[in-house]
Design a protein around this ligand. Structure first.
Ligand code: NAD
Length: 283
């Protein structure tokens, strides 16, 4: 039976460290969150961020823009925040309306204020193993892996999902630990190869967004399983992995929603602290 990799205690420990460091800063860090249009899930995420920010002594400002906001207007807003010395971090909430291209927007957030680690410069630094600001979810997964006793050196690691915010940066971070990485995605499934790859994984990370995509009996005995997926099934939130069977086979497994989720916001705040220090030439 697997040990549960629960996010909250890890998050609390890191938050204590962040709190101490924030007290030593010259001024209270300011995080600006931009929301374009109205979205219930974005609001839930914003409220969670606001609460953690408050606990840590961070000022959280929400800028709301209308659903019809043009891409150029959002870019102008970001540029103003980039040059505003009272602002330390900028986050653009997802989802964005169709007229706004998220990949384009990510290029305009100043790399030292890019608390989600999505600017191409911050992404590029991951390739060189020199990243100061990491995409939050990828960083959360690395923190959870740190909680296990697994030495990633030479291990077979399978990442399912190749998004810019999770799968791709994570593959690079794991590569830096000298793991052997296989990245699977929709085409892997379509080619009928997903099961074979998953069965070979000493460490499995799944970030797809499809409930029960990964069958419990695909999990290798003793594997470490990190389930990033969040899916609503009726009243329940579940991950991408069939939990009960996987739990019987794995050595460690994250529960959903109590695994990766609680750590992601903490990683955002850690990024804000790093961003603030970079701005103060203190890193
Ligand atoms: P995305 O939609 O950008 O990417 C999905 C990935 O899954 C793609 O690589 C796609 O090719 C792959 N995929 C789709 N169907 C597949 C299939 N049948 N077989 C194999 N691969 C398939 O997703 P994302 O933004 O990376 O998010 C993925 C999941 O993680 C979502 O459920 C999201 O809610 C969740 N998430 C959780 C957190 C957290 O804090 N816990 C943070 C970010 C995302």
């Amino acid at each position: 039976m697997a040990r549960l990799l629960v996010g909250k205690p890890v998050a609390q420990k890191i938050q204590e460290e962040i709190k101490k460091e924030i007290k030593m800063l010259l001024s209270r860090p300011v995080l600006v969150s931009i929301m374009v249009g109205d979205n219930a899930s974005a609001l839930a995420y914003i409220n969670a961020q606001k609460k953690v920010a408050q606990d840590l002594g961070i000022e959280y400002q929400l800028h709301k823009l209308g659903t019809e906001t043009k891409e150029t207007t959002l870019i102008e807003t970001i540029k103003k925040l980039n040059t505003d010395h009272s602002v330390n971090g900028i986050i653009v909430q997802m989802p964005l309306p169709v007229q706004i291209d998220y990949k384009k927007i990510s290029q305009f957030i100043h790399p030292q204020k890019d608390v989600e680690g999505i600017n191409p410069l911050n992404m590029g630094k991951i390739v060189f193993g020199q990243a100061e600001i990491l995409p939050c979810t990828a960083a959360a997964v690395m923190e959870l892996l740190n909680q296990t006793d697994i030495d990633l050196y030479g291990k077979e690691v399978v990442v399912v999902g190749h998004s810019e915010i999770v799968g791709k940066p994570l593959a690079l971070l794991l590569l830096d630990k000298f793991a052997t990485i296989t990245v699977c995605h929709i085409a892997t499934s379509e080619a009928g190869r997903l099961e074979d790859h998953v069965k070979s994984a000493d460490v499995l990370v799944v970030a797809v967004g499809k409930a029960n995509l990964i069958k419990g009996d695909w999990i290798k005995e003793g594997a470490v399983v990190i389930d990033v997926g969040i899916n609503r099934v009726g009243e329940k939130i579940v991950g991408d992995v069939e939990f009960e069977e996987a739990e019987r086979r794995a050595s460690y497994i994250t529960p959903v929603p109590a695994g990766v989720g609680p750590l992601t916001v903490t990683m955002l705040m850690r990024n804000l602290l790093r961003a603030t220090k970079l701005q103060q030439n203190d890193l």
